[in-house]
Design a protein around this ligand. Structure first.
Ligand code: AMP
Ligand code: AMP
Length: 317
């Protein structure tokens, strides 16, 4: 059994982790990026393809695919859901993540504090962030102080979500739900750094939210305890709503305001790029494992443990 992924997003994290756990790895790489991944010593894993879509034409029956942010962005959730790819994780969770209404339902069922959402512009009574459907990485979002500021800014062919704008610090907390150990592991936290919302100097009031990268963050331990409970609530809510297990890595995307209230505005049901800051270990994974344990390696370790106990099928969507 091999572990494979697309050459982008968190591929260094995933492929180095697979190798550390003794797996053969496959990195599906477009020609322009081959020199880059070779430069990290991953040349022996590279499978050159002309476009990412070519992975659907290959026989990957002996490969466990690790999905990351580029999968949905470049291939589309629909194609992934319908494919025969052996994906580590839960495809049903991907469906809940894709649909904004289902997403809010799951966050709310988990007991999380979701920023108020408005389905109609006329109901808006506070500053909002306007999110177009299908947008990724904060691209195309804008903020509005009131409903008048939205008028004339919407594309009639697009669908939008209007969410109360929360002022605070953006905290992305990552987790690993282990089927093998039947436990939730808090992996780490990071701050998503976005341009130009996070720029120090701004001369207008119209920030963009394009992701540039991530900064590591160690939370107050009392706050971390709250995040642990939130993660447990999320895993349990998914089980209640779908009768299925949440498998492996996920992330709760939150903002903590000045009252230390934690708002959850999003989740990702897969490895997120924020875990790249915790190579080769996070304080929490080191505490738990006593050895270097980054998210790519943690995924590979779980696959190995499940394989050895003939339980891997439970973790493949
Ligand atoms: P890229 O290959 O860098 O264009 O990223 C592929 C997808 O993953 C895009 O939708 C990006 O917005 C998203 N992405 C990449 N890096 C990050 C990150 N650090 N945080 C959040 N999203 C990201
Ligand atoms: P998303 O695509 O939902 O992950 O959001 C992209 C970025 O928009 C986030 O990283 C935040 O900076 C910002 N954002 C999203 N929702 C809110 C909100 N309700 N209040 C304030 N900022 C938000």
């Amino acid at each position: 059994m091999k572990i494979g992924t697309l050459a982008s997003h968190s591929a260094l994290n995933i492929i180095s982790g697979a190798k550390a756990e003794g797996f053969d790895a496959e990195l599906y790489c477009t020609p322009d990026r081959v020199p880059f991944y070779r430069a990290f010593g991953l040349g022996d894993s590279i499978i050159e393809i002309n476009t990412f879509n070519e992975i659907f034409e290959r026989d990957l029956s002996d490969v466990i695919i690790i999905p990351h942010g580029s999968f949905v962005a470049y291939l589309g959730a629909d194609k992934i859901l319908k494919s025969d790819l052996r994906i580590f994780g839960n495809k049903e969770l991907l469906r809940w993540e894709e649909d904004r209404a289902l997403k809010s339902q799951l966050l709310t069922e988990a007991g999380l504090n979701v920023p108020e959402e408005f389905s109609n512009i006329d109901e808006i009574d506070c500053p909002v962030i306007v999110k177009s459907y299908g947008a990724a990485g904060g691209e195309g979002y804008f903020i509005a102080a009131n409903s008048q500021e939205i008028v004339g800014k919407l594309d009639p062919d697009k669908k939008y979500a209007f969410q109360k704008y929360i002022v605070g610090t953006k905290i992305f907390t990552t987790y690993f739900n282990s089927l093998f150990h039947n436990r939730l592991e808090v992996f780490g936290a990071d701050i998503r750094y976005e341009t130009d919302a996070d720029a120090n100097l701004r001369f207008d009031n119209n920030p963009t939210f394009v992701v540039i990268g991530n900064l590591p963050l160690v939370l107050r331990e009392s706050t971390l305890a709250q995040y642990y409970e939130m993660g447990v609530g999320f895993v349990e809510a998914f089980k209640r709503l779908t009768n299925q297990q949440l498998v492996g890595p996920f992330c709760l995307e939150t903002i903590i305001d000045r009252n230390q209230t934690i708002y959850s505005f999003e989740f990702s049901g897969r490895i997120v790029a924020g875990t790249n800051v915790w190579m080769p270990s996070s304080p929490y994974s080191f505490t738990l494992y006593g050895e270097q344990m980054w998210m790519g390696r943690r995924i590979a370790r779980e696959i190995r443990d499940l394989l050895e106990h003939q339980k891997l099928d439970e973790a493949i969507g």
